[in-house]
Design a binder for this molecule. Sequence first.
Ligand SMILES: *Cc1c(COP(=O)(O)O)cnc(C)c1O
Length: 351
Amino acid sequence: MPTSATTPIDLRSDTVTRPSEDMRRVIAQADVGDDQYGEDGSTNRLQEHVAGLLGKEAALWMPSGTMANQVALKVLTRPGDEVVVGHETHAVWHETGASAANAGVQFREVGSGGPFTAADFLAARKPRGHVIFPPTTLVEVENTHNRGGGLVFPQDEVERICAAAREHDVATYLDGARLWNAAVATNRDPAELTAPFDMAMVALSKGLGAPGGSVLVGSADLIEQARRYRRMLGGAMRQTGHYAAAGLWALEHNYQRLAEDHENARILTERLLQSGRIDLDPTTVQTNIVVFELAPGAPDAATMVERAFERGVLLFAFGARKVRAATHLQVTRQQCVRAGDILAEIAEEAA
Ligand SMILES: *Cc1c(COP(=O)(O)O)cnc(C)c1O
């Protein structure tokens, strides 16, 4: 990827990466067929590989993480059910109200900053069969937690939450769009992180850099049900092997290097912390996402995003004074140093 002073440093998301030359070759040569007849060799291989990596019986390729989340809700809940989730979960904030429209569920956000405890879950849980309460039938964990700043959800708490859920006949789901980041950051086997859950989703299109696709995993029975709902939502495609082959290649080549993205996020954080006008808790920077607040006196988030754009740094505003930067395989360490200088400089300017 060419980089120069005029190439924007794109920290908007880890989804903005474009396929490398090697990945494009793999896509061009992919073994494909009609996936709805189970005849796409690359997709079959990817599903088998990811099911193995995540220690589940079966896997199903999905066009997007959003659809994987929606299908999981259709499988694990019924309309009118309540789903317990962490504060500012993706399904609540970033899926255009899809969960209410598709599965017909309502969310109960608990905890703060993304993580929550088994005690939080139990306090929020409503029993089945009550004449008034909506039954809590699912608890969902997001790991890493995007709006929490790429936080890794503590695994011992995951285990306690899922054990409490099982005890009360509540299903468990992991939105692991960035589970690979959590696994690399904690040096754990991803299967260990998915083990407590009935179903989990992982993305190929975020830090791994594939052009699209997520994979939903679970028991063979749950995945069979998911196949029907994928079709119902219009997500059953044909020669998906072009995506799947890129995903397999990305898992092989771009997995361990996620540690570099985490290091670059730390470098960016160090520089931002030198500004007295940026509020950032460095303990939240555990993976490839940096979420910070602009202190009183600094420009607001929209102004910072606009001024950064003019100076070649692309970011997203996540609130009136909240900004997110995400590192990925197409931003270098040197670019993160430069972005840090530019953002700190903007924070010091007049509002
Ligand atoms: C990106 C993301 C999704 C959705 O993935 P898309 O492929 O963009 O639909 C779901 N959950 C989390 C936590 C995400 O970051």
